[in-house]
Structures are given as C-alpha cells and as structure tokens.
Design a protein around this ligand. Structure first.
Ligand code: GAR
Length: 200
C-alpha cells in the first residue's frame, strides 16, 4: 500500500482527479492519507472533506518565522509517514529539510512542457500567459520529481496539448488541465504504486 499525501493551495481540480481515480480503484494499491493546504480557504480542503480524507491547513501566516512554518509543515507530513508526497497545485516553495528527508518521494505537476515556461515566477495562469505571449503552438503538462531547484527534478511524464487560435490564458489553462494534468498526475501515481518508476 502506497500512502499518498497531497499538498494543495487552491481549487484542487488535480486533487479531485486523484480522489476520483482512487475511488474508482484506478490508482492501484494507494491510500490518500492526508491533504495539506497552505490556505485555509482553499476549495481543495472541501474536496478532501467530501472524499473523507483528512485535510489540514499549515499556513506561513500562522507562524512568526519561515523557520517555524517549515518545522510545522515537516511535522504535518511526518505525522502520516507518507510514501509519496504529491504537489497538486501547491504554490509554496518546499523547505530544503523536506526535500532532503523525502528525496525521490515528492512529485509535482507543472502546467507546461518543462523546460519551457518553468522555474521561479512561472505558476498557475502566468505559465499560460507566457506561452501565449511567446506564440507557441504546442504546450502541455509535466509530472516530475522535486529536487532543490524550481521545476528541475527528473521528469516522469509529459503530455502535449495544442494551442488554438484565439485562446485566452484561461482557455489554455483549462484545456491543459482537462487534456493533460488530470490524466498524467494520477497516471504517475499509479506508475509509482505499481513500481514502474525508480524512486532512486
Ligand atoms: C494547476 O494548473 C497546476 O499545474 C498549477 O497550479 C494549478 C492548480 O490547479 N501548478 C503550478 O503552476 C506549479 N508551478 P488545481 O488547484 O485546480 O489543481
């Protein structure tokens, strides 16, 4: 049994895709043991509650220093001893101590074909704005392991999505989610659960 913890910041549509596949028994031998949000108002926490998964909020706003927040974040992970930590739209930089302790056990979904439109400052809608600005005809999504860099870890899965004439950033964001993210993130979890990905 692969114990999976999911970290979220907002709407949680990627979390929903994972919860739906888990419910449909399409994720293999996996249990979603906890959802952590840095934002108490994240709709993702409602999605977790509706699926009967424990959700906790660990917000930097509730701690006097970044160091204290990092300790609390690590503790919220350690409490459930996950085999895999999934960043599903988690917009907080992962503390180094967490990366070291959970090396090769943290994966992230990024809404572009890495190495395009990734790194510091590229998150959420900004990624799609940059892709449209550059005029690319194909974009997509990437699932990768998390290392000390921003979007630099080993790539597990990618899927391409066509840009359409007249797309707004929101149009493109939704198409990338529907055609790529909601498919490849659960698929990567299943591959890890099935032992098809080397965790180092
Ligand atoms: C997703 O598009 C995800 O790829 C992106 O945030 C969105 C979260 O949506 N993540 C990043 O940009 C990370 N750099 P969701 O809360 O509906 O899953």
């Amino acid at each position: 049994m692969l114990k999976v913890l999911v970290c979220v910041s907002g709407g949680g549509t990627n979390l929903q895709a994972i919860l739906d596949k888990a419910k449909a028994k399409e994720l293999g031998d996996v249990e979603i043991v906890r959802v952590i949000s840095n934002n108490a108002n994240a709709y993702a926490l409602t999605r977790a509650a509706e699926a009967g998964v424990s959700g906790v909020c660990v917000s930097p706003k509730d701690y006097a220093t970044r160091d204290e927040f990092h300790k609390a974040f690590l503790q919220a992970i350690d409490e459930v001893s996950p085999d895999l930590v999934v960043l599903a739209g988690f917009l907080v930089v992962i503390p180094e101590e967490v990366i070291i302790k959970y090396r090769n056990r943290i994966i992230n979904i990024h809404p572009s074909l890495i190495p395009s439109f990734c790194g510091t400052g590229y998150y959420g809608l900004k990624v799609h704005e940059a892709a449209l600005e550059r005029g690319v005809k194909v974009t997509g999504a990437t699932v990768h392991f998390v290392d000390e860099g921003t979007d630099t870890g080993p790539i597990i899965l990618q899927k391409a999505v066509y840009v359409k004439e007249g797309d707004t950033p929101k149009d493109l964001q939704l198409r990338v989610m529907e055609e790529a993210e909601w498919e490849i993130l659960p698929k990567a979890i299943r591959m890890i659960a099935d032992g098809e990905v080397k965790l180092g």
